[in-house]
Design a protein. Structure first.
Length: 462
């Protein structure tokens, strides 16, 4: 790594240490600032989802991108073409150290294992944070970020952009307006397969030029680089230390509308009935059963929510509740084609079973109500799209409030990634005390609530 990119660690830690006593001028005066105030923005990540977030945030004329940190310098073509004057760092810690006074907000679009450390360090400096989903890799990190954002009164948003789109807003409105009555149970799934099996292959390739493997590892234990995309840039989602499997990747999206619609809080228990991960990788074909406390939108004292991924799906009798009969013309068009349900269910989505009806929530499409005949004349409520990134950016200059801030996204993420603990203890019901952030009946499971960071990579508050 170039010497000018080496972090002055003492300076960095000193800056973090004083951040709790004073925050940047812009943050202190945020809500008295006029809407025309320029929002100086930085990004942790310059490619992939980080690049998507940069474009979503910086499409607003009041936002100015000032600095970017990216460990792989060869993935910056798009960034440099659109923002030729932006300052680029390879070490995220150096960006904080050198540019701390030059930005007000940031987005974190790294692999999951670095969401917590980077977001926490930025918030300690008083920066508003837009963080990709899942909010963090581990439960303790999620809780600490939620508390820090609240303590410093920062503007936050998790990157579940579907949350602001009309389809998911409609699903929430339908449940909360009583279209299907009280919620009895929920089934939610994704056909993605962010899992693998077997020992990592022996490393035979050198680290690519311009890519800092040590920085990419960050808080995780040192290990050899493996080429052919085993870790970088995408398959890290399959690896235990870096990603959170299919439920972590897609769960935060797909659980979102049903979590909000039913006003769910922290689960009482979680149980995995699918395969366990090996020493290195998440498994696929998960079946994870949650029990949540009942709410004013649910029937009874508890409500069951079940997650499926890979090839697993809700039982056939549940799928049958949202099957649409084939149109009469189908049989005429193809005499060999029998009239039957049009299934199958979409590759990703949810089925919400209520006391008066059933709702199918595809990912991402408008929800449908069943039985179809019962709802043929039903008047859908009025809802509108919102721009998830603009909503957050405007809130940073005092206009409005983000709908997926950490007070909402934190509990959602905690619920989802409880699955990352449950799958390690298959066929075992884990009882969860959210207040104490611990499992009460299987003490071994508590080892996976909080991990130890690699020596030298500790971050205050985590």
């Amino acid at each position: 790594m170039n010497t000018h990119l080496v972090l002055n660690r003492r300076s960095f830690l000193k800056t973090l240490g004083t951040a709790t006593l004073s925050v940047p001028f812009f943050t202190r005066n945020l809500f008295s600032a006029p809407p025309s105030r320029v929002l100086r923005h930085a990004s942790f990540g310059g490619a992939g989802m980080a690049w998507s977030d940069i474009q979503g945030i910086c499409c607003n004329e009041f936002v100015k991108l000032t600095a970017v940190a990216e460990v792989d310098m060869k993935r910056l073509a798009g960034l440099k073409a659109k923002f030729p004057d932006v300052k680029v760092y390879q070490d995220w810690r150096q960006l904080l150290d050198k540019e701390g006074k030059n930005f007000d907000s940031c987005n974190v679009g790294t692999p999951d294992h670095m969401h917590g450390p980077i977001s926490m360090a930025a918030m300690q400096l008083g920066k508003h944070v837009y963080c990709q989903k899942p909010l963090c890799h581990d439960l303790y990190e999620v809780r600490q970020l939620t508390l820090m954002a609240r303590k410093k009164k920062l503007v936050t948003q998790m990157g579940i952009q579907c949350h602001s789109q009309k389809a998911y807003r409609m699903a929430v409105a339908l449940v909360q307006k009583g279209a299907i009555g009280k919620v009895k149970e929920i089934h939610t799934w994704s056909g993605k397969k962010w899992g693998d099996a077997g020992e990592p292959p022996a490393s035979t390739e050198p680290v690519p030029e311009g890519f800092d493997w040590n920085l990419w590892l960050g808080v995780c234990a040192d290990r050899p680089f493996i080429g052919k995309g085993y870790y970088h840039p995408g398959n890290w989602r399959k690896r235990l230390d870096f990603g959170t499997g299919t439920f972590g990747d897609m769960g935060c999206h797909i659980y979102d509308p049903v979590f909000e619609a039913a006003a769910l809080t922290a689960p009482i228990s979680v149980r995995s009935e699918g395969p366990a991960p090996d020493k290195w990788n998440w498994a696929i074909n998960a079946v994870i059963r949650y029990v949540f406390p009942g709410t004013k939108f649910t029937e009874g004292k508890t409500v069951n929510v079940t997650w499926y991924d890979g090839d697993e799906r809700p039982p056939k009798d549940i799928q049958a509740l949202v099957a649409e009969p084939a149109k009469p013309d189908d049989a005429k068009a193809d005499p060999k084609k029998k009239r039957k349900n049009s299934g199958p269910i979409p590759d990703q989505g949810s089925i919400v079973i209520g006391t008066k009806g059933v709702m199918l929530v595809p990912h991402i499409a408008m929800p449908k109500l069943f039985p179809a005949d019962q709802f043929k004349d039903f008047q859908m409520p009025e809802v509108e799209n919102a721009h998830h990134w603009t909503q957050w950016a405007e809130a940073c200059i005092g206009k409005g409030k983000p709908s997926a801030n950490f007070d909402y996204a934190g509990p959602l993420t905690e619920a989802v990634i409880l699955g990352s603990v449950a799958v390690r203890f298959p066929q075992t019901t884990l009882e969860w005390n959210a207040t104490k952030l611990k499992f009460t009946n299987v003490t071994e499971a508590n080892a996976f609530v909080r991990r130890q960071y690699r020596k030298g990579w500790e971050v205050k508050g985590l």
